[in-house]
Structure formats: C-alpha cells, structure tokens
Ligand binder design. Structure first.
Ligand code: CP
Ligand code: NVA
Length: 338
C-alpha cells in the first residue's frame, strides 16, 4: 500500500525527505497528464470538505479544480455561513464532517486548530495555511524550483522579510528536509522561533542542508539561486503593525539593485498575493500612505521581469495540491514514469 495513504498533511515536519520527493514526482506526473489531456479521474467516489476561515484565491481554486480533475466532489465551507466556531466546536465539526467526507482541507489561524481537527476526524486533514505553516505552498515552490534549475540539490534560497510566520517557517523546514541552502534575511526580531531553528538545524545535520541567518540584505543574497519574499503583514496580523513594519522591512525590499547583487542566475519567487503595484485597493492605500508607488515587498519591475517565476509557481499549486489529495486518498497511488 502507498505509505502516504490515510495520512494527514499538517506540516512538512511530519514527512520524510523521501515522502516529500514522492509528492513532487507525483505532482510532476499529474501536471504532464493534465497538459497531455490524459484523464486521471480515479477517485470518483470521494468527497472533500474545504474550510476557509481566511480568504483565498489560489488555494481554494487549486483544491476545487484538483478535486474535479480527480473525479471527486468538493464542498466549500465559509465560516460566516456555517456553524463552525460560533455554534459548533472544532472537535464536533471534525466528527460531523468525517461522517460525510473522505478528507478535510482547513485554512485558518493557529496550527492547534488544524491539529485538533485532525485529532477528532478519522479522515485525512490537509493544512491549507495556518499562521504557523503553509505546507502545500512549499510543494508548489519546490516543484517550480526543480522545473527551473533541474534540481533542488545545493539550491540557495534566500527568504527576505517577515521570516517568523507561515512562509518563513515552512520554507526553512522544507529546505532543511530536502538538503537545500536556506538563508533568512530579516531583522533579527523576525527570525523564526529559536525552537524551530534548532529543530531544522538537527534535520540539516542529517540531510546536508545549510541554514544561515543575516540582517544584511546584500550579504544575504550573494550567490542566491532564489530570492523569495512575502507580504509584510499577513492575514490575521494586526493592520496597525504596517507602519512599524514598513520601516523595518524596507531594506529587504526585492528590487532591481538587490537582484543585481544576487547575481545573474537568481530568480524571484513569491507565494502571492503581492503588493507590487497600486492596482489593488490595499496596495494603493499602503503604497500611497507610505510613499512606495513602485511596490512594497517587491517592485513591479522585478515582479514583471523575466526572472520572476510567480505565475508558474501559482499554477503549480494545482498540481501539488492534487498530488497530496491523491496520495492520502488512493491506497494504490504510485508514480508512473511517463
Ligand atoms: N499563496 C496562496 O496561498 O494564495 P491564496 O491566499 O490566494 O490561496
Ligand atoms: N503570509 C501570507 C501568505 C499568504 C499565502 C499570509 O498568511 O497572509
């Protein structure tokens, strides 16, 4: 039987290097099949519940399209129109949904919520983003890096900005697991928690990964293969923190000078959405308020440049999320060499 069958996908720490590579290989296969028009709708009797306590474009669409491609049904649950949290606890919701569905996706706040769902639901639970981790995003990022460079081995990924939230934490774990070079480039108070750093250093000692930490943007990006950033205030963080954060993070903005300092081979990645111009209500308000018409965490010039892989990365959310769903729901799932 496929060893991932029936498992939860809550954080990358729960998966071995071999298992993560299996998911990337499976995603690559499913992507090729989709592009070639080869149907893979083998999970026709299955259903997944999609709980979103925070907004989403990519993750929700990836789960819904992946479910349809696999022949599955999906039900979107918006907490504003369901009983979750207000009239029904997570533990009760988990047991209700487990009686009707084959898997649950959860996007929301603390990691303890998705952990509790998984504890009470005897079906696989997949983390679609918490404050602490965003594991399905990392699979898409690594598939994109492998497509571009042909390998993950010795790839140096530099994470700029707010490194102590879901993206920084998950990228550090993923790079440690897959033996990559990971540099946190951030103000010291935004480094990941020391406990997680220690866990990742122990993993790195086994896998050959290299983890580095610096407050100096130019030093940090030297010889980088991937420059990665995320918005400076995430969903669930106080909007009032924008002012202090903009001042702290502006030296870490990914702009043409920083890409230049990184060297020719470096590409730009971002989980999205991004404040790279003034074409959104929030981007406009922030850009105008703080005086950054060319973008906040990344300039429009870099975002729109040929070195930016952001839309390939966004598409890969579909193929990697599909791989996770298939791996945990299909006992016979294996990677076919196409
Ligand atoms: N990257 C990501 O998770 O995007 P959404 O918030 O649109 O799902
Ligand atoms: N750090 C961001 C990621 C969005 C995909 C957030 O949590 O809002």
């Amino acid at each position: 039987m496929n060893p991932l069958y029936g498992r939860d996908f809550l954080k990358l720490l729960d998966y071995t290097q071999e298992e993560l590579l299996f998911l990337l290989d499976l995603a690559e296969q499913l992507k090729k099949e989709k592009k070639a028009g080869v149907p893979h709708n083998t999970l026709g009797s299955k259903n997944i519940a999609l709980i979103f306590e925070k907004t989403s474009t990519r993750t929700r669409c990836a789960f819904e399209v992946a479910a349809r491609d696999l022949g599955m049904g999906s039900t979107y649950l918006d907490p504003t129109v369901s009983q979750i949290g207000k009239k029904e606890s997570i533990a009760d919701t988990a047991r209700v949904l487990a009686g009707m569905f084959d898997a649950i996706e959860y996007r929301g706040f603390g990691q303890e919520i998705v952990d509790e769902l998984a504890e009470y639901a005897d079906i696989p639970v997949i983390n679609g983003l918490t404050n602490d981790y965003h594991p399905t995003q990392i699979l898409a990022d690594f598939l994109t890096i492998r497509e571009h460079f042909g390998t993950l081995k010795n790839i140096k990924l530099v994470y700029m900005g707010d490194a102590c939230y879901n993206m920084g934490n998950s990228l550090m774990v993923g790079c440690a697991k897959l033996g990559m070079r990971f540099t946190v480039c951030a103000p010291r108070q935004f480094y990941p928690k020391q406990e997680l750093i220690d866990t990742c250093l122990a993993i790195a000692a086994e896998t050959g990964a290299v983890l580095e930490f610096t407050e100096d943007p130019v030093e940090g990006v030297k010889d980088a293969d991937v420059i990665y950033t995320d918005i400076w205030v995430s969903m669930g963080e106080p909007v009032e923190s924008w002012e202090t954060r903009v001042k702290l993070f502006i030296p870490y903005q990914v702009n043409a000078a920083l890409m230049e300092a990184a060297g020719e081979k470096a590409v730009f990645m971002h989980c999205l959405p991004s404040f790279h111009d003034l074409k959104t209500t929030m981007g406009k308000e922030l850009g105008e308020r703080y005086g950054f018409p060319d973008g906040l965490e990344v300039t429009d010039e870099v975002f729109e440049s040929p070195r930016s892989l952001v839309f390939q990365e966004a598409e890969n959310r579909l193929h990697t999320i599909k791989a996770v769903m298939k791996a945990v729901l299909d006992p016979d799932c294996e990677v076919k060499r196409l």
